[in-house]
Design a binder for this molecule. Structure first.
Ligand SMILES: O=C(O)CCC(=O)C(=O)O
Ligand SMILES: [Fe+2]
Length: 289
């Protein structure tokens, strides 16, 4: 069974007479997303859930086929003029610094993030990464691995799917996520740096562990830093609420590109005007060019 997608093919090497099928994008041999009741699919989901439970993260290398991920990189680079530069100093909590605390307290420590983002509204219908995001089979797979009964694509016109570029010197500073999970696709690795680094369970729901976080910010050698391999084509699911993580500064001329696929457990999620302006530099979604 092949699942036809609803937009025209427009990437190099695409079949000329038909729209891309999921099979043209995802390696359905390794990841049999269209056979949801088959044993191979169930094993894949069970292994993914076990890894998430054990380590807080699971990667699916080679999820997107090499030729498709190369086309995704080319399409993302073509959107570079549309990228909005986000540059902020922030705490690991993404809350304003609390000046009443001692200067060394994590609530006051500022980290730097600088990255360039293409908002969902600026990603054309025929974009391969967008087709992947729009796939119900991918949505079902993500829900199954995350063990969520029903997930939805984010309803925000800017935040639903983002392409993120990190050029030399850019990074995503150490932080805890404010969502239970995130889903990303590695599209292009840089020459150097740009690793996704994390420290597992540096806080708990009932304990902020400020001392340990503060010590880590002073001296990263006080904790075991793990790296999630982000080879192009890898789909990653990560539980980042209690595991501190970052994208290390990129070096070299090649952009680190990934996609952030926003899936949420409610159908009508929206960013506030404030958050839209902060992350995308505008509030209203402009029509796709
Ligand atoms: O870009 C990445 O690999 C990680 C992104 C991340 O941690 C986030 O967006 O919260
Ligand atoms: Fe994060």
């Amino acid at each position: 069974m092949t699942m036809r997608m609803d937009a025209p093919a427009s990437y190099p090497g695409a079949p000329t007479s038909s729209v891309p099928a999921l099979n043209d994008i995802v390696d359905l041999h390794c990841y049999p997303l269209l056979e949801r009741s088959g044993a191979a699919y169930r094993d894949l989901v069970a292994q993914g859930r076990a890894l998430l439970e054990e380590t807080g993260a699971v990667t699916f290398p080679g999820f997107v086929r090499p030729d498709a991920v190369a086309a995704m990189a080319e399409q993302a680079l073509a959107l570079r003029p549309r990228m909005f530069r986000f540059r902020e100093m922030h705490t690991v909590y993404f809350r304003p610094a609390q000046d009443t605390e001692a200067p060394s307290h994590p609530l006051r420590r500022l980290l730097e993030t600088e990255k360039d983002t293409v908002a969902y509204a600026d990603i054309p219908e025929s974009n391969l990464t967008r087709l992947l995001y729009r796939s119900d089979a991918v949505l079902a797979f993500v829900s199954d691995v995350l063990d969520q009964e029903q997930l939805y694509r984010h309803a925000d016109p800017l935040a639903a799917l983002n392409l993120q570029g990190f050029s030399a010197g850019q990074q995503l500073g150490w932080h805890f996520d404010r969502s239970d999970f995130s889903v990303t696709l590695a599209i292009q690795t840089p020459e150097g740096g740009g690793d996704f680094e994390y420290v597992r369970m540096l806080r708990r729901a009932d304990d902020e562990c400020y001392d340990a976080v503060g010590r880590f910010l002073d001296d990263p050698a006080t904790q075991k830093i793990q790296i999630l391999p982000q080879v192009a084509g890898t789909l990653t699911m990560f539980r980042g609420r209690d595991s501190l993580h970052r994208v290390a500064p990129v070096t070299g001329p090649r952009l680190r590109i990934n996609a952030v696929l926003a899936y949420v457990d409610q159908p009508n999620a929206q960013f506030s005007d404030y958050a839209q302006k902060l992350f995308y530099g505008r509030t209203a979604a402009a029509p796709v060019a």
